[in-house]
Design a protein around this ligand. Structure first.
Ligand code: IMP
Ligand code: MG
Length: 188
């Protein structure tokens, strides 16, 4: 059972507490800062889920960075059809000649990211690496080289710390499973 006395409706077991997230994110920040020492990477995130992780990660990075965001058409958890995603907001910063660090909240099938990486690679960055807070390797369809990884997740839908279920739960400071009742609604 959870140590949190009052969980919002639909929220089940807590998988990663605020403390656990903070600790892992600062480790990632230290690792990235060491690897990018002397460089000025362009850190790119995909809206909206990544903003919580990215703002904490950026504060844990000590090298100078530029920051930019992209947005894509909505991921639909109920949809069996996972066609190519559509870019709804492009970067404002040029990518050519930059060291690009692509930050994702969760990599599931990898299809979203593989599309976005192909798109970025075509713009001739000097380097392109991926940092993902969560990875679900069992679900992978498209192969993705993940240089920095927070945690591996089992094949389970989770919410909180930016991750949503139908736009709800993003602002939970921890990451949790949904209750079976909420998951039942998800499958309708
Ligand atoms: P992929 O294309 O299958 O890798 O999907 C990745 C995207 O799906 C992520 O950026 C999330 O928006 C969403 N997603 C995948 N798994 C979860 C989850 O467990 N909770 C919330 N969103 C998820
Ligand atoms: Mg999402």
């Amino acid at each position: 059972m959870s140590v949190y006395p009052q969980l919002p409706p639909g929220v089940g077991r807590i998988l990663y507490s605020e403390t656990a997230l903070r600790q892992r994110v600062s480790e990632l920040g230290r690792q990235i800062s060491a690897d990018y020492d002397g460089r000025n990477p362009l850190v790119v995130g995909v809206l909206k889920g990544v903003v919580f992780f990215m703002s904490d990660l950026l504060r844990a990075i000590t090298v100078p960075v530029s920051v930019d965001y992209m947005a894509i058409s909505r991921y639909r958890p109920d949809s069996a059809a996972k066609g190519p995603v559509r870019l709804t907001k492009d970067l404002e910063e040029p990518v050519e000649g930059r060291h690009v660090l692509f930050v994702e909240d969760v990599i599931d099938t990898g299809l979203t990211l593989s599309y976005l990486l192909r798109n970025l690679r075509a713009r001739d960055p000097l380097s392109l690496e991926v940092c993902a807070l969560f990875d679900k390797p069992q679900r992978r369809i498209a192969e993705i080289p993940v240089r920095y990884k927070g945690f591996e997740l089992p094949d389970r839908f989770v919410v909180g710390y930016g991750l949503d279920y139908k736009e709800a739960y993003r602002n939970l400071p921890y990451v949790a499973e949904l209750t079976p009742a909420a998951l039942g609604l998800r499958n309708q």
